[in-house]
Ligand binder design. Structure first.
Ligand SMILES: NC(=O)c1ccc[n+]([C@@H]2O[C@H](COP(=O)([O-])OP(=O)(O)OC[C@H]3O[C@@H](n4cnc5c(N)ncnc54)[C@H](O)[C@@H]3O)[C@@H](O)[C@H]2O)c1
Ligand SMILES: N[C@@H](CCSC[C@H]1O[C@@H](n2cnc3c(=O)[nH]cnc32)[C@H](O)[C@@H]1O)C(=O)O
Length: 411
């Protein structure tokens, strides 16, 4: 593609998703009128694709200057990156398939811009700010974190007294994780796996590693596609929930023997490792929708494999003796590295929360530590989403409110 074609393609992708992000559009209109972010500099490390671009534009419309890079070496869409870089008050440094060095150089470039607000997906910017770029911390009003694992890391920093800035845990908003992690990952992971492999899911043994919000969504959609779903867990309550939702539950070492496809969604490392590869079924297809590229231990797989070759775009074959094991998108998030990420309607709510939380940080002085998304913002996003869907709901009467709040009546 020529540069002009790239630009056009990126802008068309952004226009398409914007037509399906009604809540973000309401916020854009408010931001255009009120300019709540005037004078602020927002640094971002998120998946650079069209829905993220819609968020970036919204912040710029609100008056902010924005610098952005990727949060995963394989999730950037270069046409969208170029389209963003060509917009007023926006700089974009993200590049698809960058090496480790380029990835962290781009994080530095975003920080060179001396932001006062950050948005992370996996805490990359905040980690740098607390290690090599501590000189920038005094200017930081606060940050937002998009994902579960990022929040685990930030809470660990807070526990150790190491977190020196306020952060809003956007992932933990109800209108984020209940929809994005569950329905978003549920749909987009299978979209990524199916378009990459061109294979049938029906009738296959599908193993889902982890039964958290992402795992629940992925298992639910695999079942809907006709798979026999097997869940692995380490948490007894979630394992029980998985069983009562109709899935089989067993340790990975057992599940690997019968798996046609494995999808990891834990946020933890080594969900698939040497002992599982030793027993894994010939032809098994492995994908990750959890965190970075640590859930499938590729070092173990490489060490065991006699040969490795690319057999189709985004599919590597590892040959262990006569056995073949296929890894999608190098074990990175299959929905973003081998797909277009979550559906626009879902990211509409996640990114509405981000935009409102950036505004909240700009307008309120927060203490250092991890903060919840204010409940009124979270409920407000749900109300706007329902309104955009043409759905109205009932209201509590005064009598009902009194009945629910009191203890004198009711037996
Ligand atoms: N692909 C995406 O677009 C996407 C979207 C949202 C979240 N995420 C990421 O996915 C991961 C999961 O997020 P979540 O919100 O579902 O988290 P969660 O905490 O709700 O669920 C994780 C589950 O994995 C289980 N687990 C941990 N170690 C395990 C092990 N060794 N074996 C089996 N199960 C194990 C936990 O018990 C838990 O039930 C995180 O890294 C998050 O950042 C990815
Ligand atoms: N950056 C790490 C952490 C996991 S990303 C998981 C996050 O990606 C977000 N996400 C999923 N799909 C999209 C998308 O299409 N655009 C932007 N963000 C997305 C989602 O909100 C989720 O919390 C990594 O790449 O491995």
């Amino acid at each position: 593609m020529t540069d002009t074609e790239m630009l056009e393609s990126g802008n068309m992708k952004i226009d398409w998703v914007l037509n399906h992000m009604p809540v973000l559009n309401i916020i854009r209109e408010q931001f255009a009128k009120e300019k709540p972010l005037a004078g602020h500099k927002v640094a971002m490390a998120l998946h650079v694709e069209a829905k993220t671009a819609a968020l970036v534009e919204t912040l710029a419309i609100g008056g902010a200057e924005v610098a952005i890079t990727g949060c995963n070496p394989l999730s950037t869409q270069d046409d969208v990156s170029m389209a963003l870089h060509n917009k007023d008050n926006i700089q974009c440094f993200a590049k698809y398939d960058c090496c480790n060095e380029e990835y962290y150089e781009a994080i530095d470039k975003v920080l060179d811009f001396k932001p006062d607000i950050t948005i992370d997906d996996g805490a990359d910017l905040i980690f740098k700010l607390h290690t090599e770029r501590t000189d920038l911390l005094p200017e930081i009003l606060g940050g937002c974190e998009e994902t579960t694992t990022g929040i685990h890391r930030l809470k660990a920093m807070e526990r150790d007294g190491a977190l020196k800035m306020p952060v809003i845990a956007v992932n933990d908003a109800m209108t984020k994780f209940l929809f994005d992690n569950r329905y978003g990952t549920g749909q987009s992971s299978w979209d990524g796996i199916m378009r990459t492999t061109n294979l049938l899911v029906a009738g296959k043994n599908v193993v889902i590693g982890g039964y958290g919000w992402c795992g629940k969504g992925a298992a639910m959609r695999a079942k809907g596609l006709g798979a026999n779903v097997i869940v692995t867990e380490v948490d007894p309550i979630r394992a029980l929930e998985a069983r009562m939702d109709g899935n089989s539950v067993m340790p990975m070492k057992e599940a690997a023997k019968i798996a046609d496809m494995v999808l990891t969604t834990t946020g933890n490392r080594d969900i698939l490792k040497r002992e599982d590869f030793e027993v894994i079924k010939d032809g098994a297809i492995l994908a990750n929708a959890g965190h970075f590229n640590v859930e499938i231990n590729l070092e173990d797989l490489k060490a065991m494999a006699g040969s490795v070759r690319t057999v189709r775009n985004n599919i590597k074959e590892y040959k262990i003796g006569e056995k073949r094991v296929y890894v999608l998108a190098d074990g990175r998030l299959v929905n973003l590295a081998a797909g277009d990420g979550h559906p626009a309607e879902v990211m509409d709510m996640s990114f509405a929360n981000q935009a409102l939380c950036v505004r909240y940080i700009a307008e309120n002085k927060l203490s250092n530590g991890v903060h919840a998304v204010p409940q009124e913002l979270d409920v407000g996003v749900a109300e706007m989403k329902l309104m955009s869907m043409g759905i109205s709901i009932d209201k509590l009467s005064d009598e009902q409110e009194a009945y629910m709040a009191g203890w004198e009546t009711g037996t």
